[in-house]
Design a protein. Structure first.
Lengths: 295, 284, 343
């Protein structure tokens, strides 16, 4: 075998391989947003997880001071029957976030499976899956949720299931798109020629390359779901009382808006904070991973 | 044997100045806050009607050099160019952009490597030749159209009148390159720069395009600056060669000398590595 | 097909000698046909139209042609990476077409693939070690505790420092990456490797190194290559036999020395005449003599064969032996050109 030439091989700066998502230099914008969103998320999850331990009062405990404004005893005031608003916010977040997270996790799982099947197998499988999902996708998510929950009854499992079903098509579509192109990439074909089985091909060679858009879309879906869950509860289709939840609180406090504005502001702020957390995460991830940077 | 600096062309008393005279050309990219040199202060010249080749591997700086002459900043990176590029007595590097636009196309034209992406897919081929003509000449619309058809015929496109109304995707790769050449020579530039003009083409099409370039040079008397990595292409097309490596010109001279008795070790290693159609001692 | 000009030993012989008696071909391809179905606006295309050839152990068949000739599709079809409409591909005596699932994956151990683009054929998020270990794990060719040692062995085999195995592909240059691709192809000791334009994306000095590497590996390991390329000069370095493809068919097939020095088919002659040579006098002569591309499909289908054979009634293929081991198709001869004429 000949010696490598004593003159160095010209080291062209390796171009981003055609087809490989180009990891852009971490723009401080992206990273900053992700860190912010992550911090917000951790704070929110901690507060909600530790709920009953850190809430100053049990959520259902009434008191004679109704519709009181913020005070030392009740940081956010009380509601119409004297329950502490802050505690109700903390504990109310639990069902909202529980439904959100579980529903989106289910939707993600279903979306991954369906998207991978449709994108990788193509052909008839793809057509069938996408047409069925298209039917679901055609309905405005929120109206569909209302219809299903109204029909099935507003229990927590029903809510989780409904929302999972409503958001699966979008996630499946976001998975399917990149899979369609990645499956044709050279390193996938090379691995196939090595003899790697189809299942391992998908898991090891295709999936890692499509993670970025999935992450972004999942964050966005989480923010949309917060909205859907709180809106459903606002309309009375959420978890039934006595469990507090943000949407329900918002709804029932409206009539006292002028007397005790904090009763309305608190749940609204909580909803906005939660939604914003996921939007910030989503935008940060999109910047950082430069999802659009691949050929 | 010590490296001898052979002058590019014999100095003749009273010889006219070269058409293109480049001295101390440098180009640096700014990438991630660092300066990455691409061209390290090179000198070269092209005389009127002469054909000069630039060979080198990827990263040698030959394409960057061509783009500097045309003052076409490569997209994306920020590049700082220094030195002197004198064309027909004028310094190009300090020329205003509008003045440079007058030079591009009319006095110096360029043909690029990839005919697929160099043509606008939504304009007819005739329209693109037309654009070039109207930009630099005062031809009327009808006269420009006639000239367009003439040009397409000149570069060997059959039924040029009909084909002028076709879109790029209706042409093969070789035909597209002919269109690009038609656009480039439409205003009869003094200097044509061709950057890997045949690399993306099949070998038979390549031969035809090269022959077209030879013929056009003869007919129009243009100078040619040909950039390529292929010594076979260089051998048939140019009188003199500059060999580039990592932003420097390591050797230059008449093409026959460079190919048969290169002095520089790098040049020699390049030429040795070129596979020949006849089997070498390497094996078969 | 006819006997090879350079016979090689059987699969168990590691260094095939030129005088070893011809044995069974390692790979036998007969009447391979690949058709792409019609898509919106485009009719169905027959990319590979009845291709046949043999490859002997330890030898290289070069497959040359321009774009659209079908050479890449042929390579992929042989590897069963592309569905085949008709014909047979038999490796080590076993028929590959129609094989599926686990049986096919097991056969893949004997046939590997080196692709053109060194930048995209390696998984960007896997270390070199994992990339090279993958085929070993799929085929269980070495016990798990010896995988690391084998990886080091492979890296050394292709001229890379074993210490680089923890690195990622993007940390290497194009030539080095191609060495990794070659190492991966050789990991499970295959009998046969399809190399699809393995050096086209590399600079000329690295090209030469990689070609040398492939040739020395062939000497050491006795592996056979189907070397697909458009660069005739590169193919001349490495191929024992050469097949020239045009429009999905092989128009000439023979020992490399014969095909290059005495090309019989007008298309082959045109290709060879068009290759630029680094000799100014010769190259200028070539450029001065470039003719229009003749119409290879211009001869009417009912025109008699240029060699005077009536294939229809004889029922045989449109193929003629013009020398030992050197054959040419009578298809695609431009009108008016006869076997003894030059273009």
């Amino acid at each position: 075998m000949s010696d490598p030439s004593t003159i160095a091989e010209p080291t062209a700066v390796a171009p981003a391989a055609p087809g490989v998502p180009r990891r852009r230099r971490r723009g401080s914008g992206g990273r900053g947003l992700v860190i912010t969103g992550a911090v917000m998320l951790v704070v929110m999850l901690l507060v909600v997880a530790l709920g009953p331990l850190i809430a100053p009062y049990p959520a259902a405990q009434t008191s004679p001071e109704s519709l009181a404004g913020p005070s030392a005893a009740h940081w956010l005031g009380t509601d119409s029957i004297g329950r502490d608003v802050l505690s109700r916010m903390i504990i109310g977040g639990r069902s909202t976030l529980l439904i959100t997270v579980v529903a989106v996790a289910l939707a993600l799982l279903a979306g991954l499976v369906l998207g991978l099947l449709a994108g990788y197998l193509g052909g008839v499988v793809d057509q069938v899956i996408m047409r069925v999902l298209d039917v679901l996708f055609a309905f405005p998510a929120f109206l569909l949720a209302i219809a299903v929950v109204a029909a099935l009854g507003p229990t927590i499992p029903n809510l989780i299931l409904t929302i999972a079903v409503v958001y699966t098509p979008r996630l499946a579509r976001v998975v399917r798109g990149p899979v369609l192109s990645v499956k044709r990439w050279d390193h996938v074909e090379a691995a196939r020629s090595v003899g790697v089985g189809e299942f391992t091909l998908v898991r090891r060679h295709v999936l890692p390359m499509v993670i970025s858009p999935i992450l972004v879309e999942t964050s966005l879906t989480l923010s949309r779901t917060i909205f859907t869950v709180t809106a459903l509860s606002f309309l009375g289709l959420g978890p039934p009382p006595p469990d507090p939840n943000w949407g329900g609180e918002l709804s029932s406090s409206r009539q006292f808006m002028e007397l005790a504005p904090m009763n309305v502001i608190a749940p609204a702020a909580a909803i906005v904070f939660a939604t914003l957390t996921f939007i910030v995460l989503a935008n940060g991830l999109r910047e950082m991973l430069d999802v659009t940077g691949r050929r | 044997m010590a490296q001898v600096d052979v002058p590019d062309v014999p100095e003749m008393a009273g010889a006219p100045a070269p058409l293109l005279q480049v001295r101390g050309l440098t180009a640096e990219f700014t990438s991630r806050g660092q300066q990455v040199p691409a061209v390290n202060g090179i000198d070269f010249e092209v005389r009127a009607g002469e054909s000069v080749g630039f060979v080198g591997e990827s990263g040698s700086g030959k394409s960057v050099t061509a783009r500097c002459v045309m003052r076409l900043e490569p997209e994306g990176s920020s590049i700082s160019v220094g030195g002197s590029v004198r064309f027909d007595g004028r310094e190009l590097l300090t020329l205003s952009e509008p003045a440079m636009r007058d030079v591009r196309g009319k006095r110096i034209a360029m043909v690029f490597q990839d005919p697929m992406t160099s043509l606008n897919p939504v304009l007819t081929v005739g329209a693109q030749v037309d654009d070039m003509l109207r930009r630099h000449t005062s031809l009327s619309r009808a006269a420009a159209r006639r000239r367009t058809v003439e040009l397409l015929d000149l570069v060997g496109i059959h039924e040029p009148g009909r084909r002028a109304d076709d879109y790029p995707h209706q042409f093969s790769g070789g035909m597209r390159q002919r269109v690009l050449i038609a656009i480039a020579v439409s205003c009869e530039p003094d200097l044509l720069i061709a950057d890997e003009p045949t690399t993306a083409l099949d070998v038979t099409v390549q031969a035809q395009i090269l022959r077209l370039l030879v013929r056009l040079r003869e007919e129009l008397g243009m100078a040619l600056m040909l950039i390529t990595h292929d010594f076979g292409v260089i051998a048939g097309m140019v009188d003199r060669v500059y060999v580039m490596y990592h932003g420097d010109i390591v050797e230059s001279g008449p093409v026959q000398d460079i190919l048969t008795s290169p002095r520089d070790a790098y040049t020699r290693s390049l030429i040795d590595a070129v596979p020949r159609l006849t089997a070498t001692g390497r094996g078969r | 097909m006819s006997a090879p000009a350079r016979p090689a030993g059987g699969t168990e012989v590691r260094t095939p000698g030129p005088d070893a008696a011809p044995s069974e071909p390692l790979l036998r391809v007969r009447d391979l046909r690949v058709t792409f179905p019609p898509r919106r606006g485009h009719p169905a295309i027959t990319a590979v139209d009845g291709v046949s050839f043999d490859i002997w152990p330890g030898s290289t068949l070069g497959l040359v042609g321009e774009s659209g000739s079908g050479k890449t599709t042929t390579g992929r079809a042989v590897l069963q990476l592309q569905p085949v409409q008709a014909g047979s591909v038999s490796l080590l005596g076993k028929e590959l077409t129609g094989m599926a699932g686990r049986r096919l994956r097991e056969m893949r151990r004997h046939m590997q693939f080196v692709l053109q683009n060194p930048y995209s054929s390696l998984h960007p998020r896997m270390t070199v070690e994992r990339i090279l270990a993958e085929p070993l794990q799929v085929h269980h060719t070495v016990p798990a505790h010896q995988v690391g040692a084998r990886v080091e062995e492979l890296l050394t085999l292709v001229g890379l420092d074993p210490a680089v195995r923890r690195r990622y592909p993007h940390e290497f240059s194009g030539g080095q990456r191609q060495r990794i691709v070659i190492a991966r192809a050789l990991a499970v000791d295959p009998d046969f490797v399809v190399c699809d334009e393995p050096v086209s994306a590399l600079d000329v000095r690295i090209q030469a190194q990689i070609v040398d590497l492939l040739m020395s590996l062939q000497q050491r390991l006795g592996v056979s290559y189907l070397f697909i390329a458009h660069d005739l000069a590169v193919v001349r370095q490495i191929a024992d036999r050469v097949a020239v493809m045009f429009s999905g068919q092989i128009v000439e097939l023979g020992a490399a020395a014969d095909v290059y020095s005495a090309p019989a088919h007008p298309y082959t002659r045109m290709l060879l005449a068009a290759v630029p040579v680094p000799d100014p006098v010769e190259q200028r002569r070539r450029l001065a003599a470039v003719p229009e591309v003749p119409d290879f499909r211009g001869r009417p289908p009912d025109d008699p064969c240029v060699f005077g054979t009536d294939h229809a009634s004889a029922g045989d293929a449109a193929w003629h032996e013009i020398g030992p081991g050197h054959g040419v198709s009578c298809r695609f001869w431009p009108p008016g050109v006869e076997p003894d004429g030059t273009l």
